[in-house]
Design a protein around this ligand. Structure first.
Ligand code: ZN
Ligand code: ZN
Ligand code: FE
Length: 327
């Protein structure tokens, strides 16, 4: 039997997605890639493709395994799990795509955000990219994922709360203010163009964490102009290139879009941004969310964010102009 349900964590006050029947999902099936052109799911004649995840944690017709009892609350695991196949090419990272191709990927992210978000039961559309075996990615074909959730997840809730509080007190967006602080200091900025700034935040938790903020204030990706999409494509290309160049090996990372929930409320105090959490601290050492990080929720950062930003910035500054040419 397949069950898709949400279970409430009464102590952390957040939902856990519980799905049975997913444990059997394939780990790097030999000799067959479901995302390459010409399979049953993909067909031919596309540059970018979005598909349903074949092993979804959330579904349209969820069944729950049990009833709620007291603070042990159970809800239906309603939602969508989708995959964006970013290129017909079987290998590579975002930096291997042309700016033009990356713009198509961004347009697909926008389309999915709007479409899935228009379902009245969907409260938040999370778009993200996991890359690397160390992060548990079972397929190497370049792809991102989407979880359209029937609730606002706790991390987004915390950011919204902080942004709302700051707005109330200072009549100003907290993200715009962070951007100002980062630009004024400059030491943690890794890359900038007309529409976006990429930086290792003052408050970085992962060794080479980078956030990409649009310079103009808007709350979700569907508000981007064509020019901004191209500039975002450039920023994504530069940052992923720098990551892979850093230790001359493919960098495992998570990339997460933070944007306004889609529950119909007003979120104009929120500011769209992208967060990268790369998990290497050196060529062959992983940074774990270990006892203190996971058990206490307190991250330790070995070294200084400013030093790490400089390492990345050096790589970015050495890039030839031709790297970011469109087409
Ligand atoms: Zn493939
Ligand atoms: Zn802002
Ligand atoms: Fe964020």
């Amino acid at each position: 039997m397949q069950y898709n349900e949400l279970r409430w964590h009464p102590l952390l006050e957040e939902w856990i997605i519980v799905a049975s029947g997913r444990e059997k999902r394939p780990w790097r099936p030999k000799g067959f890639c479901p995302f390459c052109p010409g399979t049953e799911e993909t067909g031919y004649g596309w540059d970018v493709l979005s598909l349903d995840n074949r092993f979804p944690a959330l579904v349209k017709n969820p069944k729950v395994s049990r009833k709620s009892i007291s603070i042990y609350k159970v809800r239906k695991g309603y939602g969508y799990c989708r995959v964006i196949v970013e290129t017909p090419q079987h290998e590579g990272d975002l930096c291997d795509l042309s700016v033009g191709q990356l713009k198509k990927v961004i347009d697909e992210f926008i389309k999915e955000y709007v479409q899935l978000g228009s379902d009245p039961k969907i409260k938040c559309v999370m778009e993200f990219r996991n890359k690397g075996e160390e992060i548990g990615v079972s397929l190497t074909h370049p792809h991102s994922q989407i979880y359209a959730l029937p609730f606002i997840p706790s991390r987004i809730k915390r950011e919204l709360k902080a942004a709302k509080k700051f707005m109330k007190k200072y009549k100003k967006c907290i993200f715009c203010h962070i951007l100002e602080l980062e630009k004024n200091e400059g030491v943690r900025v890794v890359y900038e163009n007309k529409s976006f700034t990429a930086f290792v935040p003052f408050f970085a938790m992962w060794p080479f964490e980078v956030h990409i903020y649009p310079i103009r204030h808007f709350e979700a990706i569907n508000k981007m102009t064509e020019e901004e999409k191209i500039d975002l494509a450039r920023a994504l290309k530069v940052i992923t290139y720098a990551y892979n160049k850093l230790f001359d090996r493919s960098m495992p990372y998570m990339m997460v879009f933070h944007q306004a929930p889609t529950d119909g409320k007003n979120y104009d105090y929120y500011h769209f941004h992208i967060e990268f959490y790369p998990i290497l601290r050196s060529k062959d050492k992983l940074k774990y969310a270990a006892g203190i990080e996971w058990g206490a929720g307190t991250f330790t950062y070995d070294g200084l964010p400013e030093e790490r930003a400089e390492m990345l910035r050096k790589i970015v500054n050495s890039l030839p102009h031709s790297f970011l040419e469109q087409s």
